[in-house]
Design a protein around this ligand. Structure first.
Ligand SMILES: Nc1ncnc2c1ncn2[C@@H]1O[C@H](COP(=O)(O)OP(=O)(O)OP(=O)(O)O)[C@@H](O)[C@H]1O
Length: 593
């Protein structure tokens, strides 16, 4: 079946919602509320200990060092050492528990995102680059996890330390506090200038990373096509372009955010100089003590550090929010909707009716126009017509990969819109041109048709599918491990395995997409024979490319430009001397017969 992968459709740039996204992340974090409270308590303890250090050093200077009195100094220093040691222990525990919380949160996000992918319609996968989706599940989530690990603690600790430091400073000397804080406006405007730019660049960086990953994924899966068409140079060029774009976005994001520590450092030194100078002047007038100047010089670093941390965290936070937004974007996609009142089809006969079905993939143009037909249970229907006529689309509608815009499709008289997709597809089997085999043994791949099947049932199905003899000739037999996508066995053998899988699933309705690629005559005969057995007693829709399938079909639907233009069996259609007759005699270009 031709799956037309549409170019990745970019949504128009939207005002991204920082607080909204943070709130959504909080909902996940809130599940570990108890643990988080404990971490925050530890953060508060270590913030208090951080404040106590310089305060005690100031005391030591004023009470002991300035007076030259050493008695009592030692216990004070021991006390100071204990405070610093306790602080380290508290910090270690904060990190330890926070890593657990972050991992839990991202585990839940990952689980939900992966779950959501399975609820999305095929349309979504047609419209989004697969590698980009993978990037959301890996890079973007990793980004969120990394930030949670560090940011939550940093932000709380910075806010507490900052508030505590300023309160202590005001307590010690309001005047010196005012002088020290005079560098703040410079800091504020500098930061504003930088963060305004970095936010855009971080988003760009994540987007370009997703784009590059998507490209790499596609190029790795399409390696054989690239090689057969000698497109290596073009691919390298395209890669180079995307790689360059990522480099530029990354460079800008990092370079601008790299200014932040430099700016902080400069202001740090400046405020240190201001304290030394202004403090010295005040001390000369006996307005402050030497101890207070020492405490202030420590505190000034202590308040620029949390500010620095906050600013750094703000950037990491922005990049994580950009990642989280990309995750939430997928989570917010509309799920496939099932009817509220569904009928349960436990068994089906296989009568199928299309009544005035119309459908278009997008607003650009209609794909299927007013298609109506009736199929009796057990019949074989061949869908023929030029490429792009709508054969695959008819199948997509029947199996509800897409729903019609108008008209109804029914099975045994039941509108399929009222049957859940899962229920519907239980009664359908697919044998596609390029069967998808998973990494695993041949047995597991056949058993995919019915997970409860015994080994004996698997080999019986393989026998009916003419696959048994080639499987037993493989050195590993049924336990032969197939590498990804079934590499390691031939195209014809893959077909036989997929037929065995369909036989095991035992569906009432079959969808067959005949391979157009040439398969050697012996395998071809084996496939035809196996298909004959598989189709017996089932309603079969065949996107037919082979003459004998078409000739033996009970009904042939000739499609052209989304309409069924002729119906009948091979003989009657030839007698009509219409489109089919022309196709058959090669008067019309038709690459599928
Ligand atoms: N996912 C999609 N999104 C948008 N348009 C699509 C999509 N899939 C198919 N189309 C368009 O719908 C039309 C019918 O396509 P369809 O795949 O049904 O043709 P087909 O008869 O099966 O062709 P082929 O024999 O080449 O497989 C084509 O014009 C195609 O470009």
């Amino acid at each position: 079946m031709a799956r037309h992968n549409r170019a990745h459709q970019e949504k128009p740039p939207q005002a991204k919602n920082l607080w909204g996204t943070l709130k959504r992340i909080w909902v996940y974090l809130a599940d570990s509320k108890g643990m988080l409270s404990f971490v925050l308590l530890l953060v508060a303890i270590s913030a208090a200990l951080t404040l106590a250090g310089p305060f005690l050093i100031g005391l030591a200077v004023d009470n002991y060092l300035v007076d030259g009195q050493t008695e009592g100094l030692l216990p004070l220093l021991i006390f100071l050492a204990i405070i610093y040691a306790l602080n380290s222990v508290a910090i270690w525990f904060q990190n330890y528990f926070m890593i657990g919380i972050a991992q839990n949160t991202v585990y839940k996000l990952r689980k939900q995102l992966f779950g959501k992918l399975h609820q999305l319609p095929i349309r979504f996968f047609d419209q989004n680059q697969h590698g980009d989706l993978m990037s959301r599940l890996t890079n973007d989530l990793e980004n969120v996890s990394g930030t949670l690990n560090s940011s939550v603690i940093q932000v709380f600790s910075s806010v507490l330390t900052l508030t505590g430091t300023i309160i202590s400073m005001i307590y010690l000397s309001p005047l010196l506090t005012l002088i020290t804080l005079s560098t703040l406006p410079m800091l504020y405007f500098g930061m504003k200038w930088i963060t305004k730019r970095t936010r855009v660049f971080f988003r760009d960086q994540q987007k370009n990373l997703g784009d590059l990953n998507g490209y790499i994924e596609e190029m790795i899966s399409g390696q054989s096509v690239i090689k057969t068409f000698s497109q290596e140079e073009k691919v390298k060029e395209e890669f180079h372009e995307k790689n360059q774009r990522l480099r530029e976005a990354g460079y800008k994001a990092q370079a601008y955010s790299g200014f932040i520590p430099k700016l902080m450092n400069m202001l740090n030194n400046l405020s240190f100089a201001i304290i030394a100078f202004a403090g010295g002047m005040l001390a000369l007038q006996e307005l402050v003590s030497i101890g207070i100047i020492v405490t202030f010089s420590q505190y000034s670093r202590q308040f620029t550090r949390p500010l620095n941390d906050l600013a750094n965290q703000y950037n990491t936070l922005l990049s994580a929010v950009a990642g989280a937004e990309r995750v939430f974007d997928v989570m917010d996609e509309d799920k496939e909707i099932e009817a509220t009142k569904t009928v349960d089809l436990s068994s089906v006969k296989g009568d199928i009716t299309f009544s005035n079905v119309s459908f278009s993939y997008d607003e650009d143009g209609q794909t299927i126009y007013d298609v109506s037909f009736q199929v009796h249970a057990g019949d074989t229907i061949a869908l023929v017509g030029p490429t792009g006529a709508g054969k695959t689309t008819i199948i997509n509608l029947l199996s509800r990969f897409y729903d019609p815009d108008a008209g109804t499709i029914s099975i045994d008289g039941q509108d399929t819109a009222n049957i859940t997709r899962e229920n519907l597809r239980k009664h359908m089997g697919f044998v596609l041109q390029d069967p998808f085999l998973f990494q695993g043994t041949i047995r597991e791949n056949i058993r995919y048709g019915d997970l409860d099947a015994t080994d004996e049932a698997v080999s019986d199905a393989a026998k009916l599918a003419n696959a048994h003899s080639f499987i037993t000739k493989l050195s590993g037999g049924y336990d032969t491990l197939l590498s990804q996508e079934g590499a390691g066995i031939s195209q014809g053998q893959k077909q036989l395995i997929s037929i065995a899988r369909a036989i095991l699933a035992n569906p009432k309705i079959l969808i067959l997409d005949e391979a157009t690629s040439s398969i050697d005559t012996i395998t071809e005969i084996k496939i035809q024979e196996a298909l004959g057995r598989l189709m017996a007693g089932r309603t079969s829709f065949v996107i037919a490319h082979r003459l004998n399938t078409i000739q033996q079909a009970d009904q042939i639907f000739v499609l052209n430009a989304g309409k069924i233009i002729e119906k009948g069996n091979h003989q009657s259609l030839l007698e009509d001397k219409g489109f089919y007759y022309e196709l058959y005699h090669g008067h019309l270009q038709y690459d599928a017969i």
